[in-house]
Design a protein around this ligand. Structure first.
Ligand code: DGJ
Length: 734
């Protein structure tokens, strides 16, 4: 009897799982990675809906069990509403759409219907291409999803086309749309300003909209960063809970809309910011949106960050698989005041110091009354300053060769000072109102990159420097002004295209640079971290996180950027900001990213100099662990008075722990730092490195061997009670 009952129960279970297969098959589109499923379904009326996004479902047959509609009424009556994958304005959905089109007859509605879908293999993943078409107007949208299986990252974008007689006007053109139904949503945003980049703050989303956006045009991320985190059912936690991390690959105005609807469901809409940008799309041309890159983790944001890091190193960041150069920059040391001999001497110092490259910053160009001796003049005139550097760049390269270091150079090619030969010759190349008093940001204007002639000119700056001096080994590409005085002399009556065409113009130039000088590493800099997006990083090997190099502030800044970017992409320089802190603390903080120096070496004591040389050697030796290993954020500066991060090599044979004491309280209880990501079975020898000359480690665990299991469960007593101190520990498996 019992057995029969069991058989029935089993049969019942199987039936409930597979029954829907017998009913009419639903048209399903599935985008999957090793751990995630994004499932879409075509409704009876041919519209496309998201039916699932979350942890991978074990039985693909059960995608059929998902319904395209959700109950959309809070009063109990059955109102069916779907989560339309690319919702159009004017349809039965009352919330924020992905697309809004004004058709030739003035109608503003878009009802997209499923046409076809296909998949194809692309580097690292599978691309799903879904075609949709309006049933009344000849408007098509093609959705692209590239799923990176191993990294659990999805990159998605959309393409809009039409065959109406005249241009249609797009006033919404999102990259994608995602929906969630959870008990609560906690948004972490990253607000910024000069020297205060990526300030993390979290708030619970309530009914209605929250928008994170930028209207700055060129230095677009100056005040808000193009990325976010959403914690589901709880604020995003480092090691547990479900977390969405998303970022837009667009070096211009962006917007993320988070809208909680009447029944408590959340939609997330990443897009170019449509602000002042209704786009007139000509027939048979394609409007391609930027990529939205996202990952979902059910093991907290630490894992989500590692997903993005792994993806970026393999598939997005320029030269993600190549090592990076340490460098000595002269900006904070000399500012605009140098000459050939002074630079020659600095290059020799750089060699003796042990870095790979000398990087010449701002101030090397402009002549006569447009000499670049301060930030008032010279931008645009990329002719070497003959007074300061009579031998030109070739002489500097000769100095670098003699010294035995590589030579890198700063440019800010998209900008112009009104006090420049370029502006006198081509005032119409700058974005500026013809009929208003100009407003200057850092005494400069933004060149009009929508103008192909300007693009040629900007590309020509790099080309000329590289053709005349093929030994230039690196560019620091700066961008210090947002778009001000928003008028393009080139676009004339199409001013509404300026914000978009400007960014496309920048990409045209960068594409040419990458194509013609593929092995040229470049730093993306924007007065600090005003540019930090993954489309930009296709062309740049790294970015400058902030002009704020005070190591205390840097802890927060590096913690913030590490949520989205691998250490290899993040430049960190040791300077004399907050010189009250030791050189060891400053160097140890910079060492958790791509290490560089921007400091007068002559100002360092013998001891400090010796310490730095040793730290550079250590960093170079450990570069494969720090830059190519996996990062685990262990102790948050936002939650404690310390910070700790460890890196583990891919084979788990080596690890590095960075522990920082920022502002500990008196008699504060210090907990051991539990490492993560080690092999529990391996036995690791613990050695403190980066010690000041003559100092011995006071670490209890120094020189001892522990299992990975022990180090992850018990930890190392690496934190101290003293202000701004640091401990760097190398772990090597026996
Ligand atoms: C802003 C950058 O962030 C600095 O590092 C430096 O290059 C200056 N510009 C030079 O003007």
């Amino acid at each position: 009897m019992k057995k029969t009952m069991m058989r029935f129960t089993l049969l019942g279970m199987l039936l409930s799982v597979f029954m829907p297969l017998c009913a009419q098959e639903k048209k399903i589109i599935h985008v999957g990675t090793d751990k995630l499923d994004l499932v879409m379904q075509v409704s009876e009326k041919g519209r496309l809906y998201q039916t699932y996004f979350g942890e991978k479902l074990k039985y693909p047959q059960e995608y059929q069990n998902l319904n395209w509609w959700v109950n959309a009424s809070s009063d109990g009556s059955v109102v069916r509403r779907g989560w339309e994958v690319y919702s159009g304005a004017g349809n039965e959905d009352f919330f924020e759409p992905a697309i809004s089109v004004k058709h030739n007859d003035g109608n503003r509605s878009t009802y997209l219907h499923y046409l076809s879908s296909e998949t194809q293999s692309v580097p690292g993943g599978v691309e799903t291409i879904v075609k949709l078409r309006d049933d009344v107007f000849p408007v098509e949208v093609t959705l692209h999803y590239v799923a990176y299986a191993k990294e659990n990252v999805i990159r998605t974008w959309s393409e809009i086309r039409h065959q109406e007689k005249k241009p249609v006007v797009l006033s919404r053109y999102a990259s994608s749309m995602l929906y969630f139904s959870r008990s609560s949503y906690y948004l972490t945003e990253f607000s910024s300003d000069w020297a205060r980049e990526v300030q993390m703050s979290t708030q619970q989303l309530q009914a209605g909209k929250k928008v994170l956006d930028s209207k700055l045009g060129s230095r677009a991320a100056l005040m808000m960063d193009p990325f976010f985190e959403v914690g589901f059912d709880q604020p995003a936690h480092e090691t547990q809970g479900e977390v969405l991390l998303g970022t837009l690959g667009w070096t211009g105005n962006f917007s993320f809309t988070f809208e909680v609807d009447n029944v408590g469901n959340l939609r997330v809409i990443p897009s170019i910011n449509p602000y002042e940008s209704p786009y007139e799309l000509a027939p048979n041309t394609t409007f391609k949106t930027p990529d939205f890159i996202f990952t979902l983790s059910s093991e907290g944001k630490g894992q989500a960050s590692r997903n993005l890091h792994a993806w970026a190193l393999k598939y997005q960041l320029k030269d993600g698989d190549k090592p990076r150069m340490t460098l000595l920059n002269n900006w904070e040391n000399t500012y605009f005041f140098f000459n050939e001999e002074k630079l020659g001497a600095l290059m020799k110092e750089a060699k003796d110091f042990g870095v790979d490259m000398f990087l010449l910053d701002d101030g090397w160009f402009g002549n006569g009354e447009h000499a670049r001796n301060n930030d008032n003049a010279g931008l645009g005139d990329w002719e070497v300053n003959h007074k300061k550097l009579p031998g030109g760049v070739p002489a500097l390269i000769k100095y670098a060769k003699e010294a035995g270091v590589k030579f890198g150079i700063w440019i800010e090619p998209e900008m112009v000072n009104p006090k420049s030969d370029l502006f006198e010759k081509h005032p119409d190349w700058a974005i500026c109102y013809p009929n208003r008093e100009p407003y200057y940001f850092r005494n400069q204007l933004v060149l009009d990159m929508s103008n192909p002639k300007v693009q040629d000119y900007v590309y020509g700056i790099v080309e000329k420097l590289m053709t005349e001096n093929p030994e230039i080994a690196y560019f620091k590409w700066d961008c210090n002004s947002p778009i001000t005085n928003v008028w393009s002399p080139y676009l004339k009556e199409k001013q509404n295209h300026l914000y978009i065409e400007h960014v496309r113009g920048v990409y045209n130039v960068l594409e040419r640079v990458k194509k013609n000088f593929p092995n040229l590493p470049m730093m993306m800099c924007s007065g600090g971290g005003g540019r930090c997006d993954y489309e930009g990083l296709k062309y740049f090997t790294e970015f400058w996180c902030s002009d704020d190099t005070d190591p205390v502030e840097r802890c927060y800044i590096q913690w913030g950027f590490s949520q989205f970017f691998p250490a290899k992409a993040m430049c960190a320089h040791v300077t004399s900001w907050n010189r009250n802190t030791s050189i060891k603390f400053r160097t140890d903080v910079a060492s958790m990213c791509k290490l560089g120096f921007d400091i007068g070496l002559k100002d360092l004591s013998e001891n400090d100099l010796a310490y730095c040389k040793e730290a550079i050697k250590n960093w170079n030796r450990l570069q494969p662990v720090i830059l190519d290993g996996e990062q685990y954020r262990l102790v948050s500066p936002y939650e404690t008075n310390h910070m700790a991060v460890n890196y583990v090599s891919q084979d788990k044979k080596q690890a590095v722990l960075f522990a920082y004491d920022i502002h500990p309280r008196l008699y504060e209880k210090l907990l051991p730092v539990k490492l993560q990501g080690l092999d529990p079975e391996k036995r690791y020898k613990v050695t403190e490195i980066n010690l000041m000359p003559g100092r011995k480690s006071t670490l209890k665990e120094e020189g001892k061997v522990y299992s990975g299991d022990f180090l992850m469960k018990v930890g190392i007593e690496a934190l101290k009670a003293s202000q701004t101190t640091s401990t760097v520990i190398e772990l090597v498996a026996e």
